[in-house]
Design a protein around this ligand. Structure first.
Ligand code: FAD
Ligand code: SIN
Length: 553
């Protein structure tokens, strides 16, 4: 819960960054995040009330914007709901919630249709232009992935933002980073969410957005790890905020490492889509040998956790710094036509993938856990709904099936809408006195940047080294020790100094790291994306359930 604090005494620093009172805005629906979950919800919610979307940076900046492969949904007569459900369950290592998976898969085609109706230009089949071209990725028994070339997410963001411009009662506030949820007691021990505090990065002040219903759609947390395919916004803010407010969080140990990120030392690892393997590219050791046939009958198209682990194992045993992704079986012409973005991005980095193999390594990519929701988007906090990567709906279990994530976001944002509309009728603004919501802290641009950047890098390195693809009790204990020490420093700094967006993110990164480690320590077995060498086997007797953490624990 965001506890209003005593205002910090005015200092020289305070004056630099527009301190003063918290400005207050009221709305029916507050949406935190402008990825596919937040935007698709906003587009529908505005038919029932006013919507404010706050988003950390530019309106398009999100994990969604970088999605390559596409959206998995049953599209033709060679496929069936049953097959898509089975593939999802098979990937999920026994931990998927069957009911949630059924909703995901059965509502999938409608979700794709809605995106298409909003103007998303999915690539069409060359020979049958009345159909969408379907890609294939790891763990899928059929071609069922609709896409917009190899830049699906960018096209989704473009279309949804374009559509949103037509809605007069939706306001999108860019460069607004939510700090904490605003909550109040709701009777019978429940907590109710009445909005969120945010920093306006440009003006510098703190604002309170008071809402009847809040949708948390703030995405994932790849930035908790040193090497990630996620952009800088992915610092797990929503998971940390919800946890602090009392939300139940689950399955944080299941961090998905994408097997094939381009091997380069870059701020955000450039992804080489699994669809490249779907078209025939082959993984090889540096000495040219193939290896995936030793790990799984599906070879290079095995589920993602297995491929990432195999690469990690091969690299550790050989001492090599990467493996090769050999695209020659696809052929130069098809590579250029099917993967124009990947071809161009690699070329810009001096690599011609039509004639050279791609050096690849695994990289942190997706969090399968998050804030627990039911299949209608409810969290355990009244009037706080959630959708997209920030959630744990139960569909991914211990390992997400490729391209089920954009699908999950659009399907469950739609389910959350129905709940949101019901809540709107039930909860009025009159119950909330907005004047009481002052954050009690001021902002400053003048802060200890070295402390923040150093601690951020140390946390990311700790997580990479000790809480990566292969874990052990010793490594987890080591990580817990370091993260605890960093968290204490961060909390002290948070309490004693003026606020700024970087400190907000650092605090959240530390919080999410702690949750990942805690869940990993609770799961004393190896399953899906969580592999612990001290418990090398799956233990269905004891651990066929999610790992749930709550603040009061
Ligand atoms: P996001 O799209 O990440 O949006 C989150 C939003 O919340 C952003 O606008 C962010 O700025 C905002 N936000 C975060 N914190 C705050 C805060 N404190 N205050 C205000 N705003 C905040 N999945 C697939 O299904 N298919 C794919 O092909 C695919 N390819 C991928 C490729 C890459 C490189 C990556 C990184 C991911 C890929 N994924 C793919 C995963 C998928 O893109 C994401 O899981 C999905 O887009 C999440 O959508 P979302 O709306 O939940 O979150
Ligand atoms: C990819 O294109 O390989 C990413 C797909 C995903 O993360 O689902």
């Amino acid at each position: 819960m965001a506890v209003p604090r005593k205002p910090a005494g005015e200092t020289r620093r305070d004056r630099k960054y527009n301190p003063g009172k918290t400005n207050i805005f009221q709305t029916d629906f507050l949406v935190i995040g402008s990825g596919i979950a937040g935007l698709s919800f906003a587009l529908k919610a505005c038919a029932f009330g006013d919507v404010i979307v706050i988003t950390k940076k530019e309106n398009y900046e999100s994990n969604t914007n970088y999605a390559q492969g596409g959206i998995a949904a049953v599209q033709d007569e060679n496929d069936s709901f049953e097959l898509h459900i089975n593939d999802t369950l098979e990937c999920g290592g026994g931990l998927c919630d069957l009911k949630a998976v059924e909703v995901l898969v059965k509502d999938g085609p409608q979700g794709v249709k809605e995106l298409h109706n909003w103007g998303v230009r999915f690539t069409r089949d060359k020979e049958h232009p009345e159909r969408f071209s379907l890609g294939r990725e790891g763990g899928h028994s059929r071609r069922r992935i609709v896409r917009a070339d190899d830049l699906t997410g960018r096209e989704v963001e473009r279309a949804l933002l374009e559509e949103l411009k037509k809605k007069p009662n939706v306001m999108v506030f860019e460069n607004h980073i939510a700090i904490d949820l605003i909550t109040k007691p709701a009777g019978s021990g429940q907590t109710r969410c009445v909005g969120a505090f945010a920093i306006d990065r440009q003006a510098g002040g703190i604002k309170a957005y008071i809402s009847r219903v809040t949708l948390l759609a703030s995405g994932g947390c790849g930035q908790v790890y040193l090497h990630t395919t996620n952009p800088a916004i992915a610092t797990g803010d929503g998971i940390a905020m919800a946890y602090r407010a009392g939300a139940r969080v689950a399955n944080m140990e299941f961090i998905q490492f994408h097997p094939t990120a381009l091997y380069r030392n870059e701020e955000r690892a450039f992804l080489i889509s699994e669809a490249v393997r779907g078209e025939g590219a082959i993984l090889r050791r540096i000495n040219g040998e193939t290896f995936m046939e030793r790990y799984h009958t599906m070879g290079c198209l095995a589920p993602r956790d297995i491929v990432a682990r195999a690469i990690d194992h091969e690299m550790k045993t050989s001492g090599d710094k990467h493996v090769w992704l050999d695209c020659s079986p696809i052929g130069a012409e098809k590579i250029r036509e099917r993967f124009p973005n990947i071809t161009a991005e690699c070329l810009a980095r001096g690599l011609d993938i039509t004639s050279e193999p791609i050096p690849v390594v695994p990289s942190a990519h997706y969090v399968c856990g998050g804030v627990i929701t039911d299949i209608e988007g409810r969290t355990n906090i009244e009037a706080l709904l959630a959708a997209g990567e920030v959630t744990c709906t139960g569909v991914h279990g211990a390992n997400r099936l490729a391209s089920n994530s954009l699908l999950e976001a659009v399907v469950f944002a739609n389910s959350a809408l129905k709940t949101a509309v019901e809540l709107l009728e039930k909860l009025s603004h009159d119950e909330i006195d907005p004047r009481q919501y002052q954050y009690g802290k001021v902002c400053s641009t003048d802060y200890d940047g070295v402390f923040i950047s150093h601690t951020r890098e140390m946390i990311r390195l700790t997580m990479w080294d000790y809480v990566g693809i292969m874990r052990s009790n010793k490594r987890l204990a080591e990580a817990r020790k370091w993260i605890k020490a960093f968290s204490e420093e961060i909390e002290a700094s948070y309490l004693s100094s003026p606020l700024n967006p970087e400190l907000v993110e650092l605090r959240n990164i530390a919080q999410v790291a702690e949750l990942i480690i805690r869940c990993a320590l609770l799961r004393k077995e190896s399953r899906g994306l969580h592999q612990n060498s001290d418990y090398p086997n799956r233990n269905d007797k004891k651990f066929l359930r999610p790992t749930v953490v709550e603040r009061k624990n």
